[in-house]
Design a protein around this ligand. Structure first.
Ligand code: NOJ
Length: 502
């Protein structure tokens, strides 16, 4: 089965999607009630950020028990129902697996199974992915490694039990109908067992280690036996190293962060698309197109800033954005991403055009903010509970207070407000996601003026995005969809149009 090669996958951050029991926190009941909404969007699968019992130190990425559901979201039985119901709506379910670390409240850590972690007498010079040292000292004087927060000890993948446990967890969810897994921090789990200091010019002691490929080969065999898929979160700048994980007996696909991080610039986007397709072709893996997720700045905010690129280290609070301009570009970018060959991801709220909302200082939850010493505003701003209806918080999301505060002024962004408005972001996403199903085969660039990206798909039509500052004529074909109305038959700046085959 190859549904995943061209799928549209909707990302659900369970805490903020929909609140079924009105406690201010999203839950499975909320998702179940919104399955018709998700099906009508035109997506093929749902990826759930971690929904397991967790110590709550890193938005659920600190897992206590992989075989259960956090009580704040519901029960395991309810998750099973949700997976089955979603399938009846034509929606497959993808769960999140976090092999690099567990919660400090996981039984392995609580019961002192030190051989399953990385304990040492003294720290080395490594840096935490969230800033600061990745070593914490216990009262007995020993130190343990955690590449993220102290509540997320890294597990030791040289131990056979770690391997066996993860393989069993995969089977556990595939047995319950999951159609795939998203693998968190997929280039980090294997360490140089000597834990040497990191030295420039030497092989990296914990990123992209060759031994990972063997682990993912055995995961692939398990996934294949269920017809399920593996999706890697691979933050790797080198496209050829990235593609190694997508060889036919390893992961099926991986998120395309190069495209996500790319500035709103025609030459840069074109280079990113070309590099992506060239890297994927030799391993025959489909590309993916990602504009946002639960870790990065909301796209309408980012595209309205002077610097439209994304990078973690550069995140600062209070950077001004022309959100109207950003929204216009995000509409154009959405149609560009949906028209490209491969799979496309939609992060909840992207289809509503939600901007980043930097929550007040006393509401900040994200450890990235605290571990950066307050320099990085953190990721809460893209994780705000969704606005469903009404004119003020909680906008139809259960009750107030919501677990993260929602801003005033989102009444025009609710699902209710956008539902019947033909020009809304929501209806653009619906239109695009449905029409893209007709696109197939490869793509070929067409000649276009500077600042314009124009390509034809082998089947379904063509896509033209105008990133220049002047309106442009369109290539031959009938208009299928455009991100803004054409002006005198011309495609205005910061806009995309889809046309039937010439
Ligand atoms: C990547 C996840 O997307 C992010 O949210 C999390 O903080 C880290 N991995 C650690 O699990």
């Amino acid at each position: 089965m190859t549904w995943w090669r061209s799928a549209a996958i909707y990302q659900i951050y369970p805490r903020s999607f929909a609140d079924g029991n009105a406690d201010g926190v999203g839950d499975l009941a909320g998702v179940r009630a919104r399955l018709p909404y998700l099906a009508s969007l035109g997506v093929d699968a749902l990826w759930f950020n971690p929904w397991y019992p967790s110590s709550g130190a890193d938005g659920g990425y600190d897992v206590i028990d992989y075989r259960d559901i956090d009580p704040v979201y519901g029960t395991l039985a309810e998750a099973e129902k949700l997976i089955a119901e979603a399938r009846e709506f034509g929606l497959r379910t993808i769960v999140d697996i976090v092999p690099n670390h567990v919660s400090h409240l996981h039984p392995w850590f609580v019961n002192g199974r030190r051989e399953l972690f990385w304990f040492r007498d003294r720290p080395n010079n490594w840096k935490s992915e969230f800033g600061g040292s990745p070593w914490t000292q216990l009262p007995d004087g020993s130190w343990y490694l955690h590449l993220f927060t102290a509540e997320q000890p890294d597990v030791n993948w040289t131990h056979p039990l770690v391997r066996a446990e993860h393989e069993d967890v995969l089977r556990f969810w595939f047995d319950r109908g999951a159609a795939g897994v998203r693998i968190d921090s997929a280039v980090l789990p294997v360490k140089d067992p000597l834990l040497p200091d990191q030295v420039d010019g030497e092989p990296h002691p914990f990123v992209d280690r060759d031994e990972l490929h063997d682990i993912y080969r055995s995961w692939r065999a398990i996934a294949e036996s269920y017809g399920a898929i593996l999706i890697g979160e691979l933050w790797l700048p080198d496209a050829s190293r990235f593609a190694k994980y997508l060889r036919p007996d390893e992961l099926h696909t991986a998120f395309n962060f190069d495209f996500l991080a790319c500035p709103w610039d025609a030459a840069r986007l074109r280079a990113s698309i070309d590099t992506t397709l060239a890297a994927h072709a030799p391993v025959d893996a489909p590309a993916t197109w990602v504009l946002s997720n639960h870790d990065v700045t909301r796209v309408v905010t980012r595209y309205g800033r002077a610097d439209t690129s994304f990078s973690f280290g550069a995140k600062r609070a209070g950077v001004w954005s022309d959100v109207a301009l950003g929204t216009r570009r995000a509409r154009a970018a959405a149609l560009l991403a949906m028209a490209l060959p491969g799979a496309v991801y939609v992060y909840q709220g992207e289809e509503l055009g939600l901007p980043e909302y930097e929550v007040p200082a006393d509401a900040i939850r994200d450890p990235m903010h605290f571990r950066s010493g307050g320099v990085d505003p953190g990721r809460d701003g893209c994780r705000i509970p969704l606005p469903w209806s009404g004119a003020s918080p909680p906008y139809g999301f259960g009750s107030t207070p919501t677990w993260l505060p929602q801003p005033d002024g989102w009444e025009g962004l609710t699902v209710e407000a956008q539902d019947g408005a033909p020009d809304s972001m929501l209806n653009l996403y619906r239109g695009g996601l449905h029409l893209r199903r007709a696109f197939g085969g490869g793509m070929a660039w067409r000649d276009a003026p500077p600042g314009v990206l124009s390509f034809a798909r082998a089947q379904g039509g063509s896509c033209t995005t105008n990133l220049s500052s002047t309106p442009i004529p369109l290539p031959p074909g009938e208009l299928l969809l455009s991100s803004v109305p054409l002006e005198d038959g011309l495609l205005p700046p910061d806009a995309t149009a889809w046309l039937t085959p010439a």
